[in-house]
Structures are given as C-alpha cells and as structure tokens.
Design a protein around this ligand. Structure first.
Ligand SMILES: [Zn+2]
Length: 217
C-alpha cells in the first residue's frame, strides 16, 4: 500500500466496514435507563478494541438529543448535536424502544456514525460486512495478477498502473492495450476495496469524544 503521499490514502468513503464503525445501540441506552423523559446523562460504551465511546444525552418528549465530539479522518474535532426520535413499539416481549433514522426515517435498533458525522441506520451508511469485503479483495487480487501475467508483469506494485511496465516485444499493440485496460479496471476496483479496509483502520480515530475533550470546541 502507498503512504500519505499517494493519491487516495486519506480518501474518506461512505461505505465503511461495519465492524469498525462507531455504533449506538438503543438496547444499551434502554439498559442504562436513559430513555426516560427528562433524563440527562453521559453515556459511555466500549466497542471491540476501540477506545471508549462517550456521548452526552438528553431525553426529551420526542426523542433524544445527542451531543458528541466527532472528527472526519484527518479533520478537526467538531461538536455535533443531533436529535433522534425514539419510538416505542409493542413486541412479544413487551414494549421496545427503537430509533428513527434521521435520514430515511426507518425504525432501527442500531445507528452508526456516518462521515456526515451524524448517526444513521445501516442502509443509509450502505455498510458492507467485513467478510464480503475480504472475499472481494482476494478475488480481485487474483484476477489482476492473472491479467498482469498476460502482459508480462510478474511482480507488479498494486499502487502502480500496469501501463508503467514495458510492453512485451512479441505482443501486438492492440492486444497489449486490451489486457492493460482490463487490468487497470480491476486494479481500480481493488483499490476501492482496499480503501474500505483502510477506512476501517482510520475509523479508530473517529471515536466519539472520550469524556476528557468536552468544552474544548
Ligand atoms: Zn436510514
């Protein structure tokens, strides 16, 4: 992979790997007893290997008002206010609280911190599952190597265009161009998938306030 100098290293993508995104779970809020009108609280939770997440929450009649600090990859920290409607739905186990996605209005149990720095549902994030990405990654990688071999590139650098390698002497120009074009298409797709993996890594820096940063912005 390239470094900070290469073009799309810091490109932020709305398609993020689901396991890595900061996620707010209405069931945790319920359990912590903060979904009662008039309650104001700082809610903290831990998510996998990531740092502890923390948001200020005020429960009002129509829903919850969240205040949190968030940051786009490489960007400045911002204080964000977001109101999320809470609805009570009757289920076989009694009443259950659900959140209404601010973007599509669907009722969901989980909302994720999007690159717009607000919490939205999974559909609005268009989050792929981690395993799907990995399979796609491997498949594309194999396809690209195969195409490269056809144009005589044995151990190419995936950050580099196949055009930067010389054309094999025996090969017709048109054949060479056809394979190279295909190889480039696959490489671009592979880079996109790898970007998503990178986003997973970077999302560690998009934690929601750590409780010590309040009031600084
Ligand atoms: Zn939505």
């Amino acid at each position: 992979m390239g470094g900070p100098g290469s073009g799309n290293w810091y490109r932020w993508d709305t398609r993020r790997v689901i396991d890595a995104v900061v996620c707010l779970d209405v069931r945790i809020l319920s359990r912590q007893g903060v979904l009662r009108e008039g309650v104001q609280a700082v809610v903290t939770w831990r998510q996998g290997q990531q740092a502890e997440c923390s948001i200020k929450l005020a429960c009002e009649r129509r829903g919850i008002v969240l205040t949190y600090r968030a940051q786009r990859a490489g960007g400045v920290w911002q204080t964000v206010h977001q109101e999320i409607a809470v609805e009570r739905v009757r289920t076989g186990f009694g009443m259950r609280a659900l959140l209404r996605c601010s973007e599509c209005q669907r009722r969901v149990a989980l909302v994720y911190l999007s690159d717009r720095l607000i919490y939205v549902c999974r559909a609005c994030m268009a989050l792929p599952y981690k395993s799907q990405c990995e399979r796609r990654d491997d498949r594309l990688s194999r396809r690209m190597r195969k195409l490269w071999k056809r144009v005589g590139v044995a151990n190419g650098d995936t950050q580099q265009s196949v055009w930067s390698y010389p054309k094999p002497k025996y090969m017709h120009q048109s054949t060479y161009e056809r394979w190279c074009e295909l190889a480039e298409e696959v490489r671009m797709e592979l880079q996109h998938v790898q970007d998503m993996k990178l986003v997973k890594l970077l999302s560690r820096y998009v934690t929601v306030g750590d409780g010590r940063t309040w009031g600084k912005g």
